[in-house]
Ligand binder design. Structure first.
Ligand code: ATP
Ligand code: MG
Length: 508
């Protein structure tokens, strides 16, 4: 049928006559309430995700619309919702009040402060879920988001707007890497949101303290749904963090970084809720839509077009593996939704390689184009050095006679592995990383014993900061290593080596 004026008018009239909330269906009643889940009859026109109100200003959100009943998760004070109680539609989806005053605060997923620093001043309410920006609203990832870790920024670079997974077993440094990335943002204008799901309260208190002492708390918001919180709060927390980052990205045109620590516990919370709702369990007892849930969340990371203000949201989801098994259900799901992964390995961690990044299998599919040229110029050699080292390392164990070239490669590789180690809470600005890696790939460190590499690096950087600030500033400004700059840097390092040799000799 052609869209004539008459047809359009007819459609318009029909739209105007639809009432969003029909009076007859507005109030229903609770037929069962247990474990934070309420089953409701009535409210036949309610929508999935809609917020419902119970007596005493208690709210719940709809998860399942079934033929006979509605299943809803109660947000707070669920024990007060009794069988037979009334329940009303609100006509709204679940949202959160937001404002700039959230910066520096620790909040629960309802937006209530947990840090005892008084109430928040908010200026808008935004939905927890909103569609991800489409292709025309996005721009390619071009600006780096530096973690401050040499091994990551050189070999697995992250760009603003990217989704990079941090994955590894328990106690392999996942949280430390994420938190140090926040610390690295302190002078960049990037706003960070750290979402803690199912962690100990003491862990989050420590983390807040760390950010505060490193001057990074004022640009950070912490959303905490600890292990002791109801599953529904743990389920909502990542969406709350994402919505807050979106608010800063869209309304304030900011670059944002959001960390989900971790999505394994988030998946477990969702499984728990779904089983209580008696939804049919799927693989590993997770509900069938768990993949969709995580993809919906992570797709909202973006680099926005200039028309939308050019802000961005970089997402670093964290996944905990069991026994390095990255092929389990939730890890494979999240691997397939992200733009790359940083693998942290317990073996490396325990042998003292920290951060325990397995550079051979970690990847970043979009970050390379965001890397500054100076790092790109030297990271190629670094990658080759490491690859040759790992290849030769394996067979050198079985061979007693090695040729000179193999010995050289082994030594260079061992030097590089040592040089890429980095203590926690000491992120390095990119220009200093360039100096360190340059010294390594130019083989200027080959005559320094491996055990002394890190001490030399620290002293060299201190020396350059004190006497050759212009070199650092040049790299910062031009973002590349011109042949002249490389030459100057090389002679500064060589000269300093003599000085360091004397200092080292004296200190013996
Ligand atoms: P969990 O699985 O318990 O969440 P995780 O993988 O998040 O652990 P972290 O808590 O970040 O690991 O780190 C584990 C321990 O290793 C901590 O004590 C941390 O201080 C230490 N650690 C992490 N990274 C480094 C590093 N680069 N240098 C020195 N110590 C580190
Ligand atoms: Mg952790």
């Amino acid at each position: 049928m052609p869209l004539t004026d008459a047809v359009l008018k007819n459609i318009q009239q029909k739209i105007e006559n639809v009432e969003l909330i029909s009076e007859a269906n507005e109030v229903g009643s609770v037929i069962e309430s247990a474990d934070g889940i309420a089953r409701i009859k009535g409210l036949s026109s309610a929508l999935n995700g809609e917020l419902l109100e119970f007596p005493g200003k208690i709210y719940g959100t709809i998860f399942n619309l079934e033929k006979e009943e509605i299943v809803c998760a109660i947000l707070e004070n669920h024990t007060k919702v009794k069988e037979g109680a009334w329940v009303k539609r609100t006509g709204h989806v679940i949202g959160i009040s937001v404002g700039k005053s959230m910066l520096g605060r620790v909040l629960n997923p309802m937006g209530d402060p947990l840090d005892g620093l008084g109430p928040l001043v908010t200026d808008a309410v935004i939905p927890l879920e909103r569609p991800a920006p489409g292709v025309v609203d996005r721009e390619p990832v071009r600006v780096p988001l530096q973690t401050g870790y040499k091994v990551v920024d050189a070999l697995v670079p992250i760009g603003r707007g990217q989704r990079e997974l941090i994955i590894g077993d328990r106690q392999t440094g996942k949280t430390t890497l994420a938190v140090d990335t926040i610390i690295s943002q302190k002078n960049t204008g990037v706003i960070s949101v750290y979402v803690a799901v199912g962690q100990k309260e003491s862990t989050v208190v420590k983390l807040r303290h760390q950010l505060e002492t490193q001057d990074a708390l004022q640009n950070t918001i912490i959303i905490d749904a600890p292990a002791s919180a109801p599953a529904i709060e743990q389920y909502l927390a990542p969406f709350v963090g994402c919505a807050i980052a979106e608010y800063f990205m869209y309304e304030h045109k900011k670059d944002t970084l959001v960390i989900y620590d971790d999505l394994s516990k988030h998946a477990a919370a969702y499984r728990h809720i779904s089983l209580l709702m008696r939804r049919p369990p799927g693989r590993e007892a997770y509900p069938g839509d768990i993949f969709y849930l995580h993809s919906r969340l992570l797709e909202r990371a973006a680099k926005l077009s200039q028309r939308l203000g050019g802000g961005s949201m970089t997402a670093l989801p964290i996944i905990e593996t069991q026994g390095n098994d990255i092929a389990a259900y939730i890890p494979t799901n999240v691997i397939s939704i992200t733009d790359g992964q940083i693998f942290l390995e317990a073996d490396l961690f325990n042998s003292g390689v920290r951060p325990a990044v397995n550079a051979g299998i970690s990847v970043s599919r979009v970050g390379g184009s965001a890397q500054i040229k100076a790092i790109r110029q030297i990271s190629g050699t670094l990658r080759i050095d490491l690859a040759q080292y790992h290849e030769k390392e394996a067979f050198s164990m079985f061979s007693s006679e090695l040729d000179k070239e193999t010995l050289r490669q082994l030594h260079t590789g061992a030097t590089m592995v040592e040089l890429l180690k980095q203590d926690k809470n000491k992120p390095l600005p990119i220009e200093e990383q360039v100096v360190s890696i340059f010294a390594g790939v130019r083989e200027l460190l080959s005559d320094i014993p491996v055990a002394k590499i890190l001490a030399f690096e620290a002293a060299l950087l201190e020396h350059i900061r004190a006497k050759y600030r212009d070199i650092l500033e040049d790299i910062q400004r031009t973002k590349e290593l011109t042949p002249e700059l490389a030459e100057t840097l090389q002679s500064v390092i060589e000269n300093y080596k003599k000085e360091f040799g004397n200092v080292a000799a004296v200190s013996h």
